[in-house]
Design a protein around this ligand. Structure first.
Ligand SMILES: Cc1cc2nc3c(=O)[nH]c(=O)nc-3n(C[C@H](O)[C@H](O)[C@H](O)COP(=O)(O)OP(=O)(O)OC[C@H]3O[C@@H](n4cnc5c(N)ncnc54)[C@H](O)[C@@H]3O)c2cc1C
Length: 606
């Protein structure tokens, strides 16, 4: 471990990460770091009491219990435990008390449940950790009387086995990414990029083309078995529950990646049930992650070539970046990961994930400001944003995490479930590596102008940060399967008609659920992005797990987006017979009774 008495490390170009004064007592707003904190979850319960009023905590109630609030689904197989349980997604925007839920112990149990559902006119919704924002699993208006049973994969469907001879891993889909990456690390294997939280399931991540942040740095050679695309691009084969007309039943079927039909299942939005996958992985890597909080947004997000501190210049140097820009602040929190086989002398070695403890909790001062925002004074964001920045800047220095080094898993997983529960929109902008800075600068300029226009009339819809990451696309050649192609519903599917496009810039804007005029702001952002990133410059696809298809009052609702714009984003430039419609037809073919569907999927993928 590094000697923590030393000062701030020197990064690229001799700059000092951060910019906090060494030796001074780090302060968070008016409070020193270390002020008693409350868990974010507790805070949200308290501060957002209005949102959560009447909400029942998670519990399990058996059908025979006196507490059961609904009649149990008829004829449910007695060999499989069935209970009522609350369903709450990450942001708390979906809260359903007492949905019927089961937790199969084996894949045979899974088939028993699915065939029961088929025979009894029910739907089965695979359920991982429930962290998805978009209501793909169930409608927020579902009740225990709805003809739907959740199938919880996290209890038992978590087996994993690793073949070190060919660097592959076979896992059931209820395993969390943290457990999967921990097992891989034990075998000397890893991935280049993965979603930031570890408590999401492999099944949930594959459903929505989960991604991290990575493109090759200038001169970087890809490591065998690694991809710069989504986790779905690592799939070598997968086993799905599919309709078999010969037997008149749902059965298990394994699709090899080379089977053209597999392209419909690699990213499927929950329109199927995947029980197991085999992934190609590669040699584990040591990474270094340096944080910077003294680079001006006007430099980082400035026009191409305008300074030596553009986001693109960091991509050139290290390939892996994330910018988190809090509202009404000047300097984003920039993380830069670099491949670093040996420990840089000034880096702090870390041996476990989630090293930014200060971003997993809410200070008392933050809690008060959020209460003010929710309590009718959204302009408090002008203090809240800078306070969030202060917490990060001070926290990075106090915990010496402005420069950390270790095995990839410990650097790639950095978001805990206790972080502030916010909602987010999300888009991938496909473009060429050469265009990244222009794409970022355009967004920055438009976002600033929009925030100012809202502020001018007293509105403050966005109280969380803008987050920007950059990934490669889903090239099957990354895992040695040149030409087999990518998921037909993957936001990272390459565009054959735009051969220069080799990256996606991911944009998210976060805000607390219920903030006035947020949906209107999100809609304007979405419409602007769709009209701006066009032609041979760039194209927009939604980030499936987050918010999209905004009307002025709600996400996932705009009919034109759902029925035309989004499907077209997966048709344009793709061969007929290998596009959005092909994916939907394949998923229908293998689930003609729509056992695996939900109201949002019925609107988007009818
Ligand atoms: C704080 C936070 C940070 C995040 N950061 C990232 C990030 O960095 N990158 C990123 O890509 N995503 C990120 N996400 C999004 C997250 O990866 C997705 O929401 C993911 O789907 C969550 O997995 P889950 O296990 O909670 O799935 P759930 O929410 O339970 O399910 C999501 C979807 O997957 C389906 N599903 C689950 N299991 C199966 C299965 N076995 N077969 C078929 N369908 C299945 C469900 O039916 C549903 O449609 C983040 C989410 C949060 C809350």
């Amino acid at each position: 471990m590094r000697d923590t008495s030393q000062g701030a490390a020197t990064g690229e170009g001799g700059e000092q990460p951060g910019g906090a004064q060494q030796g001074s007592t780090p302060r968070v707003g008016t409070q020193p770091v270390g002020t008693p904190e409350i868990a974010r979850r507790d805070f949200v319960k308290a501060a957002a009491a209005g949102v959560l009023a009447g909400w029942l905590p998670a519990f399990r109630v058996s059908p025979a219990s006196a507490q059961a609030t609904c009649t149990a689904p008829p004829n449910f197989p007695s060999s499989i435990a069935l209970y009522q349980q609350a369903y709450q997604n990450w942001s708390g925007e979906i809260q359903i008390s007492a949905l019927w839920t089961c937790a199969p112990q084996t894949t045979a149990d899974v088939l028993t449940v699915v065939n029961w559902a088929y025979a009894n006119g029910y739907q089965v919704r695979p359920r991982g950790m429930m962290h998805n924002w978009s209501p793909l699993t169930v409608s927020p208006t579902a009740t225990c009387g709805s003809k739907v049973v959740l199938l919880d994969t996290t209890q038992h469907l978590t087996a994993v086995s690793i073949n070190t001879a060919n660097s592959t891993v076979t896992a059931q889909t209820g395993i969390t990414m943290e457990a999967l990456l921990t097992a891989l690390e034990g075998a000397g294997l890893g991935v280049t990029a993965t979603p930031a939280p570890g408590d999401v399931t492999l099944g949930g991540v594959l459903a929505i083309d989960g991604h991290g942040t990575a493109v090759p740095a200038v001169g970087e050679q890809a490591v065998a078995g690694h991809t710069y695309g989504s986790v779905s691009n690592l799939v070598l084969s997968l086993t799905a529950v599919v309709w078999n007309s010969a037997s008149g039943q749902y059965v298990l079927r394994t699709f090899q990646r080379s089977d053209a039909q597999c392209k419909a299942f690699l990213v499927h939005l929950g329109r199927t049930l995947i029980t197991e996958v085999t992934l190609q992985v590669g040699a584990n890597q040591r990474l270094r992650c340096q944080s910077w909080f003294n680079i001006a947004a006007t430099d980082l997000f400035g026009p191409p070539g305008s300074s030596s501190k553009t986001l693109s210049s960091y991509l050139d140097r290290a390939g892996r970046v994330e910018a988190i820009w809090f509202p009404f602040t000047s300097n984003p929190w920039l993380k830069v990961w670099s491949v670093s086989p040996s420990k840089p002398p000034l880096s702090l070695e870390v041996t476990s994930p989630y090293n930014y403890s200060f971003s997993d909790t809410v200070t008392t001062a933050e809690a008060q400001l959020v209460a003010q925002i929710l309590g009718g004074d959204p302009s408090s964001v002008t203090t809240f944003g800078p306070l969030q920045y202060d917490v990060v800047a001070a926290g990075l220095v106090v915990t010496f995490t402005y420069d950390i080094w270790g095995w990839s898993k410990n650097l790639l997983l950095y978001v805990r479930p206790t972080t502030l529960r916010v909602t987010a929109n999300g888009y991938a902008v496909l473009t060429s590596r050469a265009n990244v800075q222009q794409v970022v600068n355009d967004f920055f300029t438009a976002h600033q102008a929009r925030v100012a226009a809202y502020q001018a009339v007293g509105h403050y819809p966005m109280n969380g940060p803008v987050e920007i990451r950059v990934t490669g696309l889903d090239n099957s050649a990354d895992i040695g399967l040149s030409g087999v192609g990518a998921g037909q519903l993957s936001a990272l599917r390459p565009r054959p008609d735009q051969s220069a496009w080799n990256v996606a810039v991911w944009f998210d804007i976060l805000t607390i659920p219920g903030t006035p005029t947020a949906e209107q702001f999100y809609r304007e952002t979405e419409q602007w992005m769709l009209s701006h990133y066009t032609g041979s410059y760039a194209a927009v696809r939604p980030e499936w797990s987050k918010g999209w298809a905004y009307t002025t009052t709600a996400a996932w609702s705009d009919p034109t987006m759902l029925t035309t714009t989004i499907p077209n984003a997966y048709r344009t430039g793709q061969a007929k017979g290998d596009n959005w419609d092909t994916a939907l037809a394949t998923l229908d073919k293998y689930d003609p009774y729509r056992v695996f569907a939900s109201p949002l999927l019925n609107a988007l993928a009818p």
